[in-house]
Design a protein around this ligand. Structure first.
Ligand code: FE
Length: 202
């Protein structure tokens, strides 16, 4: 695996309802911390002896376990930061797909907000390659996830994502999140991953 370089943050100044201070701590300390750790894990794996690998304790096993946790931590945070910076107005292909797969934008939003109140870590709107449909998935920890799905929109509901701005007011944070979704970014991901073709073939 090549060296992990942190992504550029497009919402450096924060967004309405989620402050610069809140975003900056999240990005500089937590996200960059994960990037540093995945590089440390990758380097250690190069010289770790796989002899005697077993499922109770072995340095190789522990590193591979944390590789999944830490890789997902970087990917999910990138998805989260990418999801913000827009005006929350849904448009383009994703608008049609959400209506087709969830009945309406409002019903999708209602469920996604409820998932935001239910999850201990993440809520992910993902395109599942297996059935060719969108799903809103809940994840309690970075290493929980569905292996056949590409994340399109990510919501971080760990307290560190909103505590500076909202204290324990998660509901208000989720409302602010919806107002700042960058749906053009979601449409770009649909393009980049070639999902239109995948959907037609499903
Ligand atoms: Fe986070």
């Amino acid at each position: 695996m090549s060296e992990k370089i942190p992504i550029e943050l497009k919402i450096k100044d924060g967004v309405p309802g989620i402050s610069k201070e809140q975003i900056s701590g999240h990005y500089e300390v937590l996200y960059k911390g994960y990037c540093k750790k995945i590089n440390e894990i990758t380097t250690k794996l190069k010289t770790t002896d796989i002899e005697g690998a077993n499922a109770t304790y072995h340095p190789f096993r522990e590193l591979k376990r944390e590789e999944v946790f830490t890789t997902n931590a970087t990917r999910l945070h990138e998805g989260y930061f990418d999801s913000l910076g827009g005006d929350g107005e849904i448009e383009g292909k994703i608008e049609d797909w959400i209506a087709e797969d969830f009945g309406s934008f409002e019903s999708w939003k209602k469920e996604f907000a409820a998932l935001g109140m239910s999850a201990r870590g993440w809520v992910v709107l993902a395109y599942d390659f297996t059935d060719g449909r969108l799903h809103s998935y809940l994840s309690d920890i970075h290493s929980d996830g569905v292996w056949s799905a590409a994340p399109l929109l990510v919501l971080d509901v760990y307290e560190h994502a909103y505590f500076t701005d909202y204290g324990t007011g998660r509901k208000s944070y989720i409302e602010a999140y919806f107002k700042n979704i960058d749906w053009s970014e979601v449409n770009q991901k649909i393009e980049r991953y070639g999902l239109q073709k995948v959907r037609e073939a499903a």
